[in-house]
Design a protein around this ligand. Structure first.
Ligand SMILES: Nc1ncnc2c1ncn2[C@@H]1O[C@H](COP(=O)(O)OP(=O)(O)OP(=O)(O)O)[C@@H](O)[C@H]1O
Length: 594
C-alpha cells in the first residue's frame, strides 16, 4: 500500500478563498480594518500605551489605497509564518488572548485579491527594528525585502485597484464601507485624501447608549420611529445590544433584519435569527464577543452558545414586557394593539407569554371587542363559538339573554379563550353547540306548547329535505321571529344534497360514504320565538295555507340573514311564499291575482 499527500493547487485555492468566500468585493475593507484593529490589540497586550489608529489614504490618480495601522507590525519570521501560509493565523497562537481578536482563520487578507492583483504590505514590528516590504500575488508567489528607510511601528497595506473595481478607491464608497463595518471599532478610523482628513467612527455604539440616545439612533440611522427600546444583555456569548419594537405590524413570515457586530465590527445587517423566532416585532442592534463567526464572517456558527444566546435574548424581552405591565401598561397595550396577531401566536405557543399578554389581548364578543381582562371583570361565564358563522348565528340573541359569547372563529382565539380559566380561575368557558343553543331559552307552558305543536309538525315536514328540524321557545329579543342554527356537519350534508341536485355522481358517491359513517345525522334548528307576535299569530290563526307560507318565509328569510347558501328547492320556496303572500296581501286590499 502506498501513501500519498494531497496536492494543493495554490492558485485555485487562493481564487476560491478570495473570490468565492464572500458575498461582495467590499469585504476587503472589513478584513483590513479587522487586521488593523487586531494588530492594535496585540500591541496593547505587549504593554504599549497607545491609542489605536487606522488611516485609509486614497491616491485616486493611481487607483491606489493605503490602509495603515499603528498596531504590533510583523517581523520577517512572522511574515513567512502567518502571511505567507494560508490558513495560518497568529491570533490563535496564545489561547489566553485568542478571544480578544476578531480574526481567527488566517484567510481574511486574501479578500484583497478580489480587487487588486497584488498586495503590498510594509511593516515594522514592535518587537524588532527592520522595516520590511512583502508583495504577494494571487498565483501564490511573494517577495520579501528589507527597506533602507525606517517606517513607524505598524503596518500599511497598499492595493492598486483592478479595472472595474476602481470605485473602491473613491472617497464616498470607501467612507461608506469604513463606516458600515467599522463605525464602532475602538481604534480611530481616519479617511485621508490629498491632505484632507476625516474621522469615520461614531462616538458611541447603540449598545452603550442611554435610552434616549438609542431612540435617536433608531430614528437617524435606521429610519425607525420605534414604539419602545429594550436593553439586551447576556453573559452567555458576551452580548450587549438594543432591541427596537417596530411601530408597524409585521407578518410572521417577514424577513428579519438584525444588525450584528462582533467585537464591535459589523458582521451582518441582515441577520435573521439572533432573537427567537417569535420576536418578529423587534429589530435589534447587537454586539457579541463570545459568538463564533463563520469564515466568510457573514454569519455565526449555530452552536449551543448561539442557541443559549437566542434563548436569553427571549427571556430579556419577556422580562421587559413584564416590567412594562407593571410600570407602563398603556405602552404595553399600544405594543400589543399593533403587534396583535403576532403576539397572539406567541401567547398560544408559550405559557409565560400567555400569562403576560392575555389580559391585554382583545377578542370579538357579543358585547363588542373586549380585552380578556375586561371579559373577566364583566362575566363569570363565557360562551365560546368555534366558528365565525356560529358566532353570527347566536351573538345577537345571546346578548338579549345577558349571555356573553366570544367568537373563537379567528386563528388562535379559540385556543386562547379556552385557556382563560388558567389565568382567571373564577371564569368558566363553555364551548357552544349551536344546535343545542335554543335549549337555553325558556320553554312554553302546556297551553302554548299545544298551540304550537301543529306548526312544528308542519315545519318539520317542510324542512326535512333541507336537514332542518323545528323547535319553539320564548326568548328575547321579541323582534327575532326565528333563530336558525346550524353546524359544519349539517352544512356538509346540505352540500351533499345540492351535489345530488346537480347529478354529480362522484360527489354523490363520496357524500353517501361519509354520511353512512355518521351514526346519527345532524339537523339544523329552526327555533320559533313565541315572544314574537307574528309567531304567536301564526300559531293562533289555524289557517293551514297561512301557516305554511309563514313557516316557509321565516325559514328562507333566516337563511338569507345568515348568508347561508340556498338550495334550489329553498330558493323556489322563498319565491313562491313571497309571491303568494304579496298576492294575499293585495287581494285583501281588492288587488290580487286570482
Ligand atoms: N495589519 C496587520 N498587522 C499585523 N499582523 C497582520 C496584519 N495583517 C495581517 N497580519 C498577520 O497575518 C495573519 C493573516 O491575516 P489574515 O487577515 O489573512 O487572517 P486572520 O486575521 O488571522 O484571520 P481571518 O481569516 O479570520 O481574518 C494574521 O493572523 C496576522 O498574524
Amino acid at each position: 500500500m502506498s501513501e500519498y499527500n494531497f496536492q494543493v493547487n495554490l492558485k485555485g485555492m487562493i481564487d476560491l478563498l478570495s473570490n468565492h468566500l464572500y458575498s461582495n468585493p467590499g469585504v476587503f475593507i472589513r478584513e483590513l480594518l479587522q487586521n488593523g484593529a487586531d494588530a492594535v490589540t496585540a500591541r496593547k497586550r505587549l504593554g504599549h500605551n497607545l491609542s489605536g489608529k487606522i488611516t485609509v489614504e486614497l491616491f485616486p490618480s493611481s487607483h491606489t489605497l493605503a490602509v495603515q495601522d499603528n498596531g504590533i507590525g510583523l517581523t520577517e519570521r512572522e511574515i513567512i509564518q502567518f502571511l505567507a501560509q494560508i490558513g495560518h493565523t497568529s491570533k490563535r497562537e496564545d489561547p489566553d488572548s485568542a478571544d480578544e481578536y476578531i480574526g481567527q482563520f488566517g484567510v481574511g487578507l486574501l479578500a484583497c485579491f478580489v480587487v487588486s492583483e497584488e498586495i503590498v504590505l510594509i511593516t515594522r514590528s514592535a518587537m524588532e527594528g527592520d522595516s520590511i516590504e512583502w508583495r504577494g500575488r494571487p498565483d501564490g508567489t511573494y517577495t520579501i525585502r528589507k527597506l533602507d528607510r525606517e517606517v513607524s511601528i505598524g503596518t500599511t497595506v497598499y492595493l492598486t485597484l483592478k479595472q472595474d473595481y476602481e470605485e473602491y478607491g473613491e472617497w464616498y464608497r470607501v467612507y461608506e464601507l469604513l463606516e458600515h463595518y467599522g463605525a464602532y471599532l475602538p481604534a480611530a478610523i481616519w479617511l485621508v485624501e490629498d491632505g484632507y482628513e476625516c474621522k469615520v467612527n461614531h462616538d458611541k455604539a447603540p449598545w452603550s447608549m442611554t435610552r434616549e440616545e438609542a431612540l435617536a439612533y433608531a430614528k437617524d440611522e435606521l429610519n425607525l420611529d420605534c414604539l419602545d427600546v429594550i436593553e439586551l444583555r447576556s453573559t452567555v456569548g458576551e452580548v450587549e445590544g438594543v432591541a427596537y419594537i417596530l411601530p408597524y405590524p409585521v407578518s410572521l413570515q417577514a424577513e428579519r433584519r438584525h444588525k450584528m457586530y462582533v467585537k464591535q465590527m459589523l458582521l451582518s445587517d441582515k441577520m435573521d435569527s439572533i432573537l427567537p423566532s417569535w420576536a418578529f416585532f423587534a429589530t435589534s442592534v447587537i454586539n457579541a464577543n463570545g459568538l463564533r463567526p463563520t469564515a466568510s464572517r457573514e454569519a455565526f456558527y449555530e452552536n449551543d452558545i448561539y442557541y443559549a444566546v437566542q434563548n436569553e435574548m427571549g427571556e430579556v424581552i419577556k422580562q421587559h414586557f413584564r416590567q412594562l405591565a407593571e410600570q407602563n401598561p398603556e405602552l404595553l397595550r399600544r405594543i400589543i394593539r399593533i403587534h396583535y396577531s403576532s403576539l397572539k401566536t406567541l401567547a398560544e405557543e408559550d405559557e409565560d407569554s400567555y400569562e403576560l399578554f392575555i389580559p391585554y389581548l382583545a377578542f370579538e364578543t357579543s358585547e363588542g371587542t373586549l380585552e380578556a381582562e375586561e371579559l373577566a371583570v364583566k362575566t363569570k361565564h363565557i360562551l365560546l363559538t368555534s366558528t365565525l358563522d356560529e358566532f353570527r348565528q347566536i351573538s345577537r340573541v345571546a346578548k338579549a339573554q345577558d349571555l356573553l359569547v366570544v367568537n373563537g372563529g379567528y386563528v388562535h382565539d379559540y385556543q386562547l379563550i379556552r385557556r382563560l380559566p388558567d389565568v382567571y380561575p373564577e371564569l368558566e368557558v363553555t364551548i357552544v353547540d349551536p344546535l343545542e343553543f335554543f335549549q337555553r331559552f325558556q320553554e312554553l307552558d302546556r297551553e302554548d306548547t299545544e298551540q304550537m305543536s301543529p306548526v312544528l309538525e308542519m315545519a318539520d315536514a317542510l324542512l326535512l329535505p333541507y336537514q332542518c328540524k323545528s323547535a319553539v321557545r320564548w326568548f328575547e329579543p321579541a323582534d327575532i321571529a326565528v333563530l336558525y342554527t346550524t353546524s359544519e356537519d349539517v352544512g356538509f350534508l346540505r352540500m351533499a344534497e345540492s351535489g345530488r341536485d346537480e347529478l354529480n355522481e362522484l360527489f354523490d358517491e363520496a357524500a353517501s360514504i361519509i354520511t353512512n359513517e355518521m351514526h346519527e345525522l345532524p339537523f339544523a334548528r329552526l327555533c320559533f320565538n313565541y315572544n314574537n307576535p307574528i309567531v304567536r299569530k301564526m300559531a293562533e290563526c289555524k289557517d293551514l295555507q297561512i301557516q305554511d307560507l309563514t313557516i316557509k318565509s321565516l325559514y328562507t328569510q333566516s337563511l338569507l340573514l345568515g348568508s347561508y347558501p340556498m338550495q334550489s328547492g329553498e330558493l323556489q320556496m322563498m319565491n313562491e311564499s313571497f309571491m303568494t303572500l304579496l298576492n294575499l296581501g293585495l287581494a285583501n286590499t281588492g288587488g290580487g291575482v286570482s
